[in-house]
Each structure stands twice: as C-alpha cells, then as structure tokens.
Write a protein that binds this ligand. Structure first.
Ligand code: BGC
Length: 916
C-alpha cells in the first residue's frame, strides 16, 4: 500500500488572485479553477499544480512559493508547518512535487501558492486541501470484512445470476462533541453509504472496478457535518458490480466471480476535547438480504420491490429484530489502496423525445440519444403493480426493440409498486447502454414526463469543444462525446450494452489520446495503467483486457502495446513524468518478454486480431475474409513494436534508465531493416499486400527509406482516392494513423474527405443512418448482431486528434509537453471554412477560432498564462499579417512557406491577407 515512489497526483489549486500591483501591470481577474480537493490519497509526495488565468497578454511566471500547513488556521496565519518551499525561481506551474515534512497516515494538508510573474506578485485568495489515506495494512488489521455469504430463495448462481442487495446497519454512540470525522470504506462490488439517513457523497456505482485479488480501492469522505453527539446510524447497501458472478461461467478463462458482496469500513472520529475514537466493521453490524433490491446484475438489470422498503432502516429509529448479525468473511485478497481516480456520477439528464404504444400494450420510449446510465421512473398505481423496462440501442423495422446485439444480456429493470401515490424510482447498481426502452405494466398510457434518462459516467470534466463549417464532422464530434463518456466506467470499457463491457486494451491505443482533448481523463488512465501493471504475468506477459476479468493472455503486440501508448499520452498531454517512472519497469519487462519469445528474423511474428474490423466485402459480415482487405499480422506487430521502441527510448530518458537506450536503438534498426527487406516492394512502392494499413504504419512510424517515402505515400493516396473511391478501408489499427499521416504528408484535403464522407464506409455514414454514437463496425446497420455494438469508440482511430491538432490547430509541442508550448498549425486548406474550438489544458484554456474568406483569414486565439504558442500562418509575407491590428514587422520566422509567430500568453485577433 505504501508508496515510496512519487506518484501521479495533480492538485489544481482553486485560487483566485487579485493584487493591486498585478492589476496595475495589466493582469487582472487572475484565478485558477479547482479540479479536486482529494480526501485520502496514498501518495507521500503528491504533486501540486495551479493555473494562472490572466486577462492581459504576456504573463509569465518567474517564481513561486508554496506553503503547506496541517491546519487551515496555520495556513491562514502563514505558518507553513508542513512545507514552505521558499521563493523558487522557476516557470513551472504544474506537477510540482511536494517536498516538505514527511506526510503521515490520515494527515490533513492545506496549501496555497504565491506566484511571481513578470507583471507582479499574485497571492492566492483561497486555499486547496488534500489528505493522506491509510498508509499501512496494519492500520486496517483490526477492521474486519463482513458480509453474508448465503444465497436466499430467489438468488442463483447461473448464467443469469441473481443476488439480492445486502443492507447493513450499525448504531454508534458518540459520547462527546465531534470536531472532525472521516470514513474510509471498501464496499465490494458496489456500495452506498448513509449516515443518519443521508447518503454520503454523490458518487454512484462506487468504487471503481479492479481485479480485487490484486487491489481493492477505498473511498474516503469527510463526514464531520453528518455526525452529532449521541446516537448515530451508519448504513450501507452492497451491490454486486463486478464482484459477484458476472456472466462468464461458460468460459473457464473468464473470472466469473470474486465472491459475495462484502465490506470493511473505519470511521475515525476526533472530539473537540482532543480525544479520538475509531469505529470499525465487526460482527455487531446488523444485516439483511431481505430488502427491496431483489436482484442487481450489470448485464441483466435491477429488480426492485417497493413493498419491501424498510422505512428508516438507515436511521436510529428502526426495529432491526429480523436482521441477523453480519458474518466475518475472507478478505478479497488484493492490497488496499486509496482510489485516486473519479467515481461515476449522474453527469446529466436526457428527456425522452417520444413514446409510442405498440400492439401488445407496451410502449416504446425514445430517448433521442444512445446514452449510458438508467431511466428514472415516475408512476402511480396499486401495490403489487409491476413496471418492466427493457433497454436497447435501436429498433427493428416493425418498431420493436432490436435486442439481438445484446447477446444474452437481459438489460431489464423491474419495479414493483408499493401503491402509495406517486412513486419515483431509479436503479442503483446497474447501468444500461440504450436509446429505446420498451415499457410494460402501465395501466394507462404514460407520458414523457414519467421518465428521465440519467447519464452516468466517471466524474470527469469535459475539456474540449469543437465546431466547424462541416455539419457531418460536427455531428461525429457529438457522437464521439457521447460514446467516449458513456464508456468511462471507472475504466475504459469497449461497450456498455451487451454481455461484454470489458476494458479491452486495443480499443484505446490511440483513442485515449484523442479522448484527452474532450475529457480530463488523466487520473482515469493513470488508474488503468495500474490495472494493466497488476495484470502482468510473472514472466512478463500482458493481457488484452485489464483488469483481466477475461483472462486473454494471448501475447500479441497491438492490444497490450496500449500500456505504453497511453502512458505516452499522459506525458504529452499532461506532462506526467511520474507515471512513466512508475510503469517503466513493467513496460520494459513486457517489451523484453515479447522480444525473447516472438522476435524471429528481426520481425515480430505474433498477432491476434489483425487490422480488426476493416470494412468487409459483404455487408452482413463482421470480419472480412477477403485476403486483399486484411493486413498480415507480422506487418502489424512488427511495425507497432518498432513504434513502441521509439516511445520506450523516450521513456528511458525520463525514467533515468539511459542504459536501455542502446538496446532499443539497435533493435529498432534491425526491425526496420528486416521489415523493409521483407515487405517493401520497390517496384510498386508499396508494403505487403498494399492495404492502406500496411502502408500507413511504416509512413507514420518513420520506417520508409527516404528515397521512396513520397512514392509510397502517393501509392497509398492512389489506393484511397482511386481504388477505394475516396473511402476508408482501414480497421482499428490503420485508422489510428490515417488522418494525421495524410495531413502531415500534405493531403489534408483527402483526410477531410474521409472525415466528411456520408457514404459507406465512413463515420458520416453512421450519422446518415441515425447513429448518435460511434459504431463497432463500419457496417453497423447491416452486420451480424453477434458482434455489433452501436456504442464502441475504437473506430475513431486518430480522428479526434486530427480535429484538434490539424483542424483547430491545438497541439502540445512534444518538446514542451502538457501544452507548455502550443503548436497552432491548422490545415486551412483541407476544406473547412471555419473552426471554433477550445481545449482546457492543464495550463488553462486554449482557444482557436478561425474563419477563412477567399483570400483572407481571421483567427482569434487564446493562449493561457505561462505558456507560449507557435502560430503558423498561411502566407510567406509577414506584411500581410496583423496581430491585434498591428502589422507584424519583426520577430517572425518563415518555415515551409508559412509565417511563424511565437506568441506569449493572451488573447489575439490575427488577420492575414493574400493567404495561400
Ligand atoms: C470487443 C472489442 C475488442 C475485441 C478484440 C470485441 O468483442 O468488443 O472491442 O477489442 O473483441 O477481440
């Protein structure tokens, strides 16, 4: 549990500054935004970050001083009893490593920062806070795991496993006045916690799923306000989540169950007189399995009988005679760790757009959007009446639900009324991926007002907006937003609807990078890298699914390689070096394992999935059988491995493992040589069987010999433009590099064609066919239902990266990661006439809003304080350019026929005439 190494933790201070001196110098409205005030981290040297939002231009940090104190009073009195960094001359404002007194178990820390800028000194007006969790296993030891490990009458462990929720309660008597109190809870698979009848926190489906035999996450809450002197009632409900009997009993290599729900909890209370008390789970807790939640199963849905509600069960005013004492149960097996990534929350609501009666006295509700979460129901009726809601993504021709693509997931919620006037209900321990709901049981026709869709995903901020002159591209962006967010479930899952919902690595290889523009996914992916690390076999193998609920240890390159590419994303986008230092040994072990086992004749001959999901020759197929559409596995895995060697080389420097570099270099040279010798056809200037994927990978990874590079590119362009008539022909692998490679080699217009196409196969074809998310297959409207989800994100490839980096012109300079320097280089000639995009980087808000006339360009940009931007303009003549109405006369460069300006922070309007 205890981490001796530094860990990735970003605390963005919520500080609002305003100082007369700063204002005098043109810096006003300085403030930063709070992302988090984390309770219970198990990192001894957390990293601190802040943002400076300045209205004036050219604001640079010159120094900072951080103060950290153990109490707010101390901090307010400038008594930095934990750490006073002193004035540090530095422009760094993100990921500053805490370097004060050793932090201890459950330590509270309050901090603030003074920023010195070229425009004056800025002090924080408010403070930020974090606290340390429980650092040692010993501190949990006297806390017992409790539960109840028997099936009740209607429970079953079968293909459609059922288990009623566990309700637990414990009355506590606090003898004195409470000064502060924190609760540390591990509730497996899912918990809800109450104190005196009030739910603690707004999280749902908590905690995040893990391989519970490897690590178990605890959540921490400050509950001072909820407790009072005297009698108090603690209550929890435990659901199954991923812990109990998921649907995989028919395949032995899938983990079907971690056991029955169980929990451990500690409540630390500090009294005003300075004394302490700890309340822990033990067998004095009372438990019942006879509550209203009859069954809860992520695939099948939740069943709730309101007649069985136990009014006041989580308050002191309740008779629990019929409850039993909780039983002591075995620990889950994994180490206990603070959860450092967000829980899910209800992030939004969707109002349905139509309801239609069917012939069978059922109704079909249309949410208007393929969404992930659940439906809140409002209903009146008699006790015992039952409402059944079945969820699906689309309808069949006859208007009934299309459920074949859900496989054997039942996706059905059942509510039994208590008959007490208007009843409002929503499930707790399940989610569905759906747009349509078949509703039965209403005696009179329900209206739209009877239902509200609750949108559930990780509590992650949307960081990006994008709008352009192309309506298809705009709709694809919206679909991507819905698809990405909906599949964030404490880990990135492949799809939210069928009996799968697994964290497949290969679906996010490059996608995670694109997603990072739309969502602040840093801590989610840092957690996922831990999941991957924990899933490594002793000899070094990595699975295709992690946590390895499905134990797919097939040893290939493309899926497990995601471990490395996602770490690279965290570095590029968030300047996160610690994550690399932490994961480096495991990454290296896997690289070596693959090399030792599968490198033959300097090529990687291990591949499992091919270029997964290429557009097939016939519209019903899931997988193409046509060899001309498929790319040789050795081509994919060798090229991918080559790319990973390059990333590992960069990581070796960051992780202070420079000795490894020579080997990576040597191997890369050998692979490149063998790859070109075997697969490059110099008479046709193409690779392997000349699929677009076979050509785009070596082009993107820099494997093509200089003298034929252009020719190979032109050959690939011919394949796309002529042979495929301007359409996509790549699957999950090729699509990850297609858009950027086309643009980087000068054919942004062809990339734009692919992005704005409406005919098959294309993202726009999905839109034309009513998709409101992204499909698993290019032919998602016609393919065999056994593998045809309508909400998968893997086919996005590098599309979102291309939207931001190449169309909006918002890219982090790899030399100055985390957007310390922004490369603003939109392809103005791709085909769009305007783009208006924004991205909230860790340094602050970046905006790019450009509009092109026949020969002129108006470009409004915002560059956050303490960063700079390289701004590329489509002209060679600086005198045609005005920045904030002032002609550019000096300090510019010409690069590839473009005027390049290096601009400091601020807001600018750039006008350019005679653009090319
Ligand atoms: C999943 C994919 C995954 C693939 C790999 C599918 O069933 O839904 O997203 O990557 O299997 O085989």
């Amino acid at each position: 549990m205890k981490k001796t190494f530094l860990y990735t933790f970003i605390l963005i201070a919520s500080l609002s500054f305003s100082l007369a001196q700063a204002q005098k110098n043109g810096v006003s409205n300085l403030q930063t935004e709070m992302l988090d005030n984390p309770e219970g981290i198990d990192v001894l040297q957390p990293r601190l970050s802040w943002q400076i939002n300045a209205e004036g231009n050219d604001v640079k940090q010159t120094a900072y001083q951080i103060m950290v104190a153990s109490t707010l009073e101390n901090l307010n009195a400038n008594k930095a009893d934990l750490w006073d960094s002193g004035k540090v001359t530095s422009n760094e404002s993100v990921n500053i490593i805490y370097n004060g007194k050793k932090l201890g178990d459950r330590q509270n820390a309050f901090w603030k920062v003074t920023v010195f800028t070229n425009k004056g000194e800025i002090k924080s007006a408010t403070t930020a806070h974090f606290s340390i969790g429980i650092l040692t296993y010993a501190d949990w030891k006297s806390t017992r795991w409790i539960g109840y490990e028997k099936l009740s009458k209607d429970d079953s462990v079968s293909q459609y496993s059922r288990l009623s929720a566990r309700y637990l309660r414990k009355e506590i008597d606090l003898k004195k006045q409470v000064k502060s109190a924190k609760v540390y809870i591990m509730g497996m698979g899912l918990y809800e916690l109450y104190i005196n009848g009030n739910k603690i926190g707004d999280q749902v489906l908590a905690p995040v799923p893990t391989d519970y035999t490897k690590n178990v996450k605890y959540n921490v809450f400050d509950v001072t306000a909820q407790l009072k002197e005297g009698k108090n009632m603690l209550g929890t409900i435990l659901g199954n989540g991923r812990f109990f009997a998921m649907r995989q009993d028919y395949k032995p290599y899938k983990i079907k169950s971690f056991g029955m729900p169980k929990m451990a909890l500690q409540l630390f209370v500090e009294y005003t007189d300075g004394s302490n008390e700890v309340i822990r789970t033990d067998d004095s807790w009372k438990l019942t399995t006879d509550g209203p939640i009859l069954s809860n199963n992520e695939y099948d849905g939740e069943e709730y009988d309101a007649r069985k509600e136990m009014k006041g069960w989580n308050t002191t005013n309740f008779d629990d005679k019929s409850w039993v004492n909780a039983r002591y149960v075995q620990e889950p097996g994994g180490f206990f760790e603070a959860q450092m990534s967000p829980n899910m929350k209800i992030m939004g609501e969707v109002k349905p757009i139509s309801i239609k009666a069917t012939a069978k006295e059922t109704y079909i509700l249309d949410m208007g959007q393929n969404m992930v979460g659940w439906l809140q129901l409002k209903v009146k009726g008699k006790s015992g009446d039952q409402i059944t809601m079945k969820f699906a993504e689309s309808l069949q021709k006859d208007g009934s639900l299309y459920i074949a693509n859900l496989r054997d997931a039942k996706t059905t919620d059942v509510y039994t009324l208590k008959g007490e006037g208007e009843e409002i209900w929503e499930p707790r321990f399940i989610f569905h991926g759906f747009r349509f709901v078949e509703i039965s049981g209403f005696l009179t026709k329900p209206t739209l007002d009877n239902f509200v869709g609750k949108v559930v995903y990780d509590d992650i901020k949307t960081t990006g907006t994008f709008e352009s002159s192309d309506a298809t591209m705009n709709q694809i962006f919206k679909n991507a937003w819905w698809g990405i967010s909906g599949n964030y479930k404490g880990m990135p899952i492949d799809c939210p609807q069928r009996n799968e919902r697994q964290p497949w690595l290969g679906d996010r290889t490059t996608g995670a990078y694109g997603e990072s523009f739309l969502f602040d996914n840093q801590t989610l992916y840092a957690k996922w890298l831990d999941d991957i690390k924990y899933s490594q076999t002793q000899d070094g193998g990595l699975p295709d699914v992690a946590p390895a609920f499905w134990r797919y240890y097939g040893d290939n390159v493309t899926w497990p390689g995601t471990y490395i590419t996602v770490a690279d994303m965290l570095y590029t986008q968030f300047s996160d070096k610690e994550v690399i230092k932490k994961q480096y040994p495991t990454m290296k072990k896997w690289m070596v394992y693959m090399e030792e086992n599968y490198l033959r004749n300097d090529l990687m001959d291990k591949d499992k999935y091919g270029d997964w999901c290429v557009p097939p020759e016939s519209l019903e197929l899931i997988r193409s059988k046509d060899p001309a559409r498929m790319t040789d596995g050795e081509v994919l895995s060798s090229a991918f491995y080559y790319q990973l060697l390059g990333i590992m080389k960069k990581f070796a420097t960051i992780a202070n493992e420079e000795n490894d570099i020579a080997h990576y270099d040597d191997l890369a040279v050998r692979i490149k040589k063998a790859f070109n010798a075997k697969y490059l056809n110099t008479s046709t200037n193409s690779y392997a069987n000349n699929t677009v994927t076979a050509n785009v990978l070596p082009l993107a990874f820099g494997m093509v010999p200089e003298n034929v590079k252009e020719k190979v590119f032109q050959n690939m362009v011919h394949e796309i433009e002529v042979t495929k008539q301007g359409h996509i022909s790549t699957g999950v692998i090729g699509t990850q590099f297609l858009m950027r490679t086309l643009t980087n080699f000068g054919r942004g217009d062809l990339a734009f064609k692919l992005a704005s196409n409406k005919t098959y196969p294309s993202w726009g074809y999905m839109v034309e066919n009513g998709a409101t998310t992204i499909w698993e297959l290019w032919n998602g409207n016609t393919a065999d239902p056994t593998m045809n989800s309508q909400n998968h994100v893997m086919l996005l490839g590098d599309l979102m990266i291309w939207y931001y980096e190449n169309m909006a012109g918002i890219k982090s300079n790899p030399e100055k990661p985390g957007f310390e320097q922004i490369i603003m280089k939109p392809d103005f000639n791709a085909g769009l006439t305007f783009v208006n995009a924004s991205y909230e980087s860790i340094h602050g808000l970046i905006k790019s809003d450009w509009k092109k006339g026949k020969s002129n360009l108006v470009w409004k940009i915002t560059i956050p304080a303490n960063t700079t931007a390289l701004v590329y303009l489509p002209t060679t003549n600086a005198s045609d350019v005005k920045v904030n109405n002032v002609k550019v006369s000096k300090s510019y460069q010409i690069e590839n026929n473009k005027v390049v300006l290096e601009l400091p922070s601020g807001t600018y309007e750039i006008n350019a005439n005679n653009i090319k």
